[in-house]
Design a protein around this ligand. Structure first.
Ligand SMILES: C[S@@+](CC[C@H](N)C(=O)[O-])C[C@H]1O[C@@H](n2cnc3c(N)ncnc32)[C@H](O)[C@@H]1O
Length: 270
């Protein structure tokens, strides 16, 4: 199948970046039969990344597969903020890690980092382990509910606690693009009635794990930012939020309330 024909099939199926996608599929397929299979999946709405087996995140290739959440470009704001706030030799925990794109990007950029990534979904943890295995330093993916699988020895020692947890309100799931609605696990998307059920549980548990100067960074949306930072304050964390129009992204950042925001941004105390 020629590139132009392929792009036309994808365009008719509603793929906005049909030319780029055609190029990627042509590169990924090893036989004409495999290409045809890939195109059929894509026309049905399967995310391109799940078809070709990788997603780009933070300039890295992250392995993903059908049934695993595809890392989003907007989550690079969380990555940028984490890198800005990281002290030397940090202990980093990512909750709700999915494929562990964020953890891999943080650990690939920072020196002497100790990272732990957790997810409740067996398939996600399997792909997280695969992606983390590329790292040379200490990196572990653990299966379980939020903090539950973390070693107790980490309590009070976590410098960066990161989470892109499910935050779509249950009633809005049906409004998502079919790629997400049909081909990503509901567990990865559904954040309960107002979208903040899991985020509130993360915030409630954070104090036990954060180091004195540790930071909690949670992806949210512009519309949910004030409710998210209110949850931080309710649980004794000072907070602020950062927004990027370019990435269409918002991150809520919290820290133990007795340390000032200025200390936090200068990394004082580490
Ligand atoms: C929106 S996806 C984000 C994945 C990854 N952080 C990323 O940005 O690519 C949310 C992830 O949270 C996981 N998750 C949902 N509920 C969880 C829970 N109670 N404990 C741990 N992980 C959970 C899902 O399995 C899914 O992988």
């Amino acid at each position: 199948m020629g590139r132009a024909t392929l792009a036309e099939r994808l365009r008719i199926a509603g793929c906005v970046f049909a030319d780029d996608e055609a190029e990627l599929l042509l590169t990924a397929a090893t036989t004409p039969e495999e290409l045809e299979q890939m195109v059929r999946h894509r026309v049905r709405g399967v995310p391109l990344e799940q078809i070709v087996g990788w997603a780009e995140f933070g300039g890295l290739r992250i392995a993903v597969a059908p049934g695993v959440f595809v890392p989003r470009r907007r989550t690079e704001l969380l990555l940028q903020q984490a890198l800005l706030l990281a002290p030397p030799q940090p202990i980093v925990v990512e909750l709700c890690c999915g494929s562990a794109a964020l953890t891999v990007a943080v650990a690939s950029t920072l020196q002497d980092v100790e990272v732990y990534a957790t997810d409740i979904d067996t398939a996600a943890v399997q792909w997280a382990r695969r992606n983390l295995s590329r790292l040379s330093g200490s990196a572990v993916a653990l299966e379980g509910d939020l903090y539950e699988p973390l070693p107790h020895s980490l309590a009070g020692r976590v410098d960066l606690l990161l989470a892109n947890a499910p935050y779509v309100p249950t009633g809005s799931i049906e409004l998502l693009p079919r790629e997400a609605r049909l081909y990503e696990p509901r567990l990865a998307l559904d954040g309960g009635a107002d979208g903040l059920d899991i985020v509130r549980r993360i915030v409630a548990g954070a104090k036990r794990w954060l180091a004195a100067n540790g930071q909690l960074l949670v992806e949210t949306t512009n519309g949910q930012a004030s409710a998210t930072t209110a949850a931080f304050e309710r649980d004794g964390l000072a907070s602020r939020s950062v927004t990027s129009d370019e990435l269409d992204a918002t991150v809520a950042i919290g820290w133990l309330a007795n340390v000032t925001s200025q200390d936090k941004q200068s990394g004082a105390g580490h």
